[in-house]
Design a protein around this ligand. Sequence first.
Ligand SMILES: Cc1ncc(COP(=O)(O)O)c(C=O)c1O
Length: 402
Amino acid sequence: MSNQNPVFIPGPTNMPDRLRTKMMAQTVDHRAPDFAGLFKPMLDDTKKVFGTTLGTVITFPGSGTGGWEAAVANTLSPGDKVLVARYGMFSHKWIDLCQKFGLEVQVVETPWGCGAPADRFEEILAADTAHTIKAVLVTHNETATGVLSDVGSVRRAMDSADHPAMMFVDCVSSLASVPFHFDDWGVDVAISGSQKGFMLPAGMAITCVSPKAFAAMETAKLPRCYFDFRDMAANNGKGGFPYTPPLQLIYGMREALDMLFEEGLENVYARHHRLAEGVRRAVSAWGLDLVAQEPALYSDTVSAIRVPEGFDSNRLTDHAYTAYGVSFGVGLGELNGKAFRIGHLGSLTDVMVLSGLATIEMAMADLDYPITLGSGVAAAQEYYRQTRAQAVTQGKENLAAE
Ligand SMILES: Cc1ncc(COP(=O)(O)O)c(C=O)c1O
């Protein structure tokens, strides 16, 4: 088994050497003045990725799940009502967390393959004239289904209903890969993690918090300690940390931001779109279907692909791993056995994606899938060839404009 092969799981993503070497750093005292000089600019620069000047970036040692917990525990009280749609494994798990915290969770059951149902949210919010709903929860990119929801449409629904609820957005598998507009969308808490678009190991929950969410903390009664936004913000303001920070991850995050800014955020988003489109061309050439129900919902970070009737997607991912040493995402929840996922986010190039497509094609051919060997690779190659020159020109223009 070669450890040179990229992973095609939708996070943790491939770690560029530049980040790995940055993180191989000796301990430095986090109470020494140098730490503030590293940490505070890192937090400020992360705001650019969230698309905010109004929000405060707060990181915790943890992962995306810790970020979900922080959003809920800091801003809500036991029995508070939240509105959320279930359309995949991650929206489901966030619902579960809210229920465990004793919240009243109004769940809009939504077919897996669809996104956040803004129209339905609007009806529910408009009917809630007493404003009992305190927060609307949106999973921006449902990693289980490869669906990217339109957060702007949820904001418009909330505004049309003239409802004052907060909006929490899970951008674990979208941030730093597709555009995010914290201020324009009126997000109150956004939650991400280090191991996807930032190309780092898991270990850091990366959140962004609005002034409105900070105001809600004045009266919110759910217990919080480790994930207390206010403790963290008070310490971070001075460049410090209320407990021991994950120093090497912070070095990595500094470098990851530099890499993203050197490429240019618009170029990062364009690269993700282009790579994803190549994968989608391959899926179509194989004659397979995406789980995402329509093009407007297609995720540029992960594609969930249905296997034909009578085939088991777990056998396919197992075989790709054991025979060729390449990991693809398994189908989660109700998609287990029925779909596999190709993660195409983070540090990836055309060439790397083509290697993944070639591998899964070989695995499918080995298992007698009704596909033509080479068809998906050829479709993606054709697309990458046709769009390469334009991507280079556009990339230079984007960098000049940034
Ligand atoms: C959309 C989404 N939300 C939340 C999570 C949970 O994050 P973590 O595993 O970092 O706790 C994940 C993990 O893959 C995710 O994809």
